[in-house]
Write a protein that binds this ligand. Structure first.
Ligand code: ADP
Ligand code: GLC
Length: 500
């Protein structure tokens, strides 16, 4: 079965969040499960530079479409098949220097504003995905096109237009990683997309008189997935539905949740070269080495008995970290410390940096994006904090579990699906893996912190909880099997050809 995987980020080359980790982890797991997978991404510099071109494939088609409109209004765009270092999956790169050859973030300019031509940039991705689905590369025609987030949302729309025009099309799966980012553009953009006129309507990609790429994916894909079962339920109503819950409810029979996995080649304390010393559940004393190194690196007093709370996160309202400054007094008074790595909202950055002055030696903050520090915070902390307002899946709590760093999370989305609260019953049953609180309030967060401090007074129990979490496996092989089952449902005839 041939799967074309369309996305906009890929670890370790280009990453703004968990989406990149998924693009690195899932396609190889699908390949291991017998699928013939190829990726399609825009040739952003971070991908274009390390890529080795294997062959030129095609220019994106212009001219009239089979449904009578003009093809999308785009500059010259070409597709090349390439390989990337240490990636065992071939990649179609979409080359259009005027669209993609820009430094930095794939979606935002240096001032943090959306690039003004994002509609065109990601329409090109949609058109490329759809035309590859139509056999633009005659050597490799996919059975399924699997599209990720709004960036790839137009693929199912174009493919529906091809299907309506009587052409054979591959199956489409659209995965929502974060419904809060929707790819919204002024309605005038619609006429540049080359879609059939009637696609701009309530049953199409119109959203409050704007064009929504996210809605296009949800409306036109045959199956919609999201990255945890709980989030798949939450988006069927407000507030998580972000205005699209009505449509999602209508299509609920096609919506499902498949949990993300962890790539053990990147996130595993027993082989993590970024740590001062590797460790596993049988050598947890080496985790103390990571803790001391983290305290020193963050300018924290190197007290072995301090409970260190770590954060590795985008600093956006999604992550609930605005609560943090409100609970720091108590956290520090109880002998705790904070080591935070993140970037995002300027006012949150300022508040956190101010806290380092208020609590010298107890609160350490690094503003920025840095893979190495991310690993060191996850390994060196005792607790990883993820108090999110909403969380489609969340990967940092999964990394925490694997590293014996107890997750402290809000009961929402994928966090609810992956962390088992340290209630007396769960502790007794040996299923507890972390601390879970209900409401997005400083009060509830404080209570959860309190429970973490209490458990830390019982080292035997703490260690047992660490070991339970470390033994869990959220692996990509399981996720790949679930996606494969979905693909087979849509294209049973391709089932016999797994491995083709
Ligand atoms: P989201 O995708 O919403 O940001 P996830 O938990 O799914 O949340 O994934 C976040 C990913 O980004 C993790 O791999 C995490 O380690 C990484 N990350 C987040 N912020 C930073 C940062 N400032 N520096 C390095 N890595 C970061
Ligand atoms: C999004 C979500 C996050 C999820 C990630 C990968 O960025 O915010 O919860 O883990 O995508 O699916």
């Amino acid at each position: 079965m041939r799967i074309l995987y369309v996305c906009s980020e890929l670890y370790p080359f280009l990453k703004t969040g968990g989406l990149a980790d998924v693009s690195a982890g899932l396609p190889p797991a699908l390949k291991a499960a017998g699928c013939d997978v190829r990726l399609l991404l825009p040739a952003f510099p971070a991908l274009a530079h390390p890529a080795l071109t294997q062959r030129w494939v095609a220019a994106l088609p212009g001219g009239p479409t089979p449904w009578g409109t003009a093809a999308p209004a785009l500059p010259a765009v070409e597709i090349a098949l390439a390989s990337l270092p240490d990636l065992d999956v071939a990649v179609y790169l979409l080359r259009a220097p005027t669209l993609y050859d820009r430094p930095g973030n794939p979606y935002l300019d240096a001032d943090g504003k959306d690039w003004g031509d994002n509609a065109q940039r990601f329409a090109a991705l949609g058109w490329a995905g759809a035309t590859l689905g139509q056999g633009l590369d005659p050597d490799w025609v996919p059975d399924v096109v699997h599209c990720h987030d709004w960036h790839a949302g137009l693929v199912p729309a174009y493919l529906r237009a091809f299907a309506d025009a009587g052409q054979p099309t591959p199956a489409t799966v659209f995965s929502i990683h974060n419904l809060a980012y929707q790819g919204l553009f002024p309605r005038g953009v619609f006429h540049q997309l080359g879609l059939p006129e009637h696609f701009f309507g309530i049953d199409g990609l119109e959203f409050f008189d704007q064009v929504s790429f996210m809605k296009a994916g949800i409306q036109f894909a045959e199956r919609i997935t999201t990255v945890s079962p709980t989030y798949a339920r939450e988006i069927l109503s407000e507030p998580q539905g972000c205005g699209l819950d009505g449509l999602l409810r209508e299509r609920a029979h096609r919506v499902s949740g498949i949990l993300n996995g962890v790539d053990p080649l990147v996130w595993d304390p027993s082989g993590d070269a970024l740590l001062p010393m590797t460790y596993d559940a049988d050598s947890l004393q080496n985790k103390a080495v990571a803790k001391r190194a983290l305290q020193l690196a963050y300018g924290l007093e190197p007290r072995a008995d301090a409970l260190v709370f770590g954060v590795v996160s985008r600093l956006t309202t999604q992550k609930g970290l605005h609560l943090l400054p409100q609970v720091l007094d108590e956290l520090v008074q109880r002998g705790g410390q904070l080591a935070l790595l993140g970037q995002g909202s300027a006012c949150l950055e300022e508040a956190l940096v101010a806290a380092t002055r208020q609590y010298p030696g107890q609160v350490g903050v690094r503003i920025g994006y840095d893979e190495t520090t991310a690993h060191r915070v996850v390994a060196g902390s005792d607790v990883i904090l993820v108090p999110s307002e909403f969380e489609p899946c969340g990967l940092t709590q999964l990394y925490g579990l694997r590293y014996g760093t107890l997750p402290l999370v809000r009961r929402v989305g994928g966090l609810a699906d992956t962390v088992v609260d340290c209630t007396p019953e769960n502790l007794q049953a040996g299923t507890a893996t972390g601390f879970v609180f209900e409401h997005l309030s400083a009060h509830d967060l404080r209570n959860a912190l309190q429970r973490a401090f209490d458990l830390s007074q019982r080292p035997g129990d703490w260690r047992a909880v660490q070991c339970t979490g470390m033994a869990l496996r959220f692996d990509w092989a399981t996720a790949a099997q679930n996606y494969l089952a979905l693909y087979c449902l849509l294209r049973p005839c391709a089932l016999t050809e797994i491995g083709k």
